[in-house]
Design a protein around this ligand. Structure first.
Ligand SMILES: NC(=O)c1ccc[n+]([C@@H]2O[C@H](COP(=O)([O-])OP(=O)(O)OC[C@H]3O[C@@H](n4cnc5c(N)ncnc54)[C@H](OP(=O)(O)O)[C@@H]3O)[C@@H](O)[C@H]2O)c1
Length: 273
């Protein structure tokens, strides 16, 4: 069995490989990267490193040779038209290389409304379906990282979190939890032809966030709705489904997802107590 991961030097890819190493031996993992010189640590652990650039179709067939499972981590290119072409290169190469099972990091609840990332991810999912290769769509929620632009440090020092008015609800999760769920799918049988909505099992709100901030600060942090706030994040959040939830991720990882309190701590840099 050979589990081949693209984007292996990226944040999610690295965490998935960390999780895989707890389940299978290093010689069963292949890390596909754009910059092999940055993947020396993998080689030292006994993981095979292969060059793979979504823009270089000739690099891909060789990179995917012998894959019983290939995980395509969606491209980070900011232009969705380019991303779609890159994904098509990977899918075509997966077919030529006779990959046995193709998995893709899609986006959660694409079918709801006219949401921004849906065109790319639905198009990629459909392209994968055209190959007939057994597939699994790992529809990842928004990473909880988005809290990093909300001004948590300011809220902790000032005692007030200012947000744009609205009935906001969030189904976000950490990359670590997504990596655990993905590693489970990559190492277990029975996940072919499945789509998983990898979100938090229950939505959280800004009220929940200020409760957690108050606990961390050891003093009350209140919520202030401010229509004058100009932060790009609110426009983005409106374009995606941040409220629908699913138990898929907790089922895959066999336990609760990381708490909100723990999830936000990497995004706090001030001494708050
Ligand atoms: N759910 C969410 O909230 C969310 C948020 C942001 C992004 N995403 C999506 O999820 C993916 C994984 O997230 P992440 O946090 O791991 O992102 P990341 O740290 O930016 O990693 C992206 C990976 O994609 C690789 N890549 C980019 N262009 C490539 C190309 N032409 N050929 C081969 N590899 C290429 C990068 O390679 P290098 O290491 O060589 O740069 C990197 O390893 C992102 O790429 C993006 O599509 C999801």
């Amino acid at each position: 069995m050979s589990i081949v991961i693209t984007g292996a030097n990226g944040q999610l890819g690295s965490l998935i490989i960390e999780q895989l190493l707890q389940k299978v031996s290093a010689d069963q993992i292949v890390a596909c990267v754009r910059h092999p010189e940055k993947a020396i640590a993998y080689q030292k652990q006994g993981i095979e490193v292969r060059y793979c650039d979504y823009d270089q179709p000739e690099s891909l067939e060789q990179a995917f040779t012998g894959a019983s499972k290939l995980l395509l981590i969606s491209s980070s290119n900011p232009d969705d038209t380019i991303r779609l072409r890159q994904h098509a290169h990977v899918i075509e190469a997966a077919k030529q290389s006779k990959v046995e099972h193709l998995l893709y990091t899609s986006f959660a609840f694409l079918g709801v409304g006219s949401i921004a990332p849906s065109h790319l991810h639905l198009a990629t999912e459909h392209a994968i379906l055209t190959t007939g290769i057994p597939h699994t769509f790992l529809r990842n929620a928004l990473y909880t990282d988005f809290v990093g632009v909300l001004g948590l440090d300011t809220a902790l020092t000032s005692g007030e979190l200012s947000i744009y008015p609205g009935d906001w609800q969030f189904n976000t999760v950490t990359r670590s939890d997504l990596a655990k769920g993905t590693a489970a799918v990559l190492t277990e049988s029975g996940h072919e032809h499945q789509s998983y909505e990898l979100t938090a099992p229950r939505p959280w709100t800004f009220h929940d966030l200020v409760i957690v901030l108050s606990e961390l600060a050891g003093k009350p942090v209140s919520l202030r709705q401010d229509p004058q706030i100009h932060n790009w994040i609110y426009g983005f959040l409106r374009k995606i489904d941040t409220s629908s939830t699913s138990a898929d991720l907790e089922k895959l990882i066999g336990g609760p997802v990381t708490s909100l309190k723990e999830s936000i701590q990497p995004f706090i840099t001030v001494q708050y107590q």
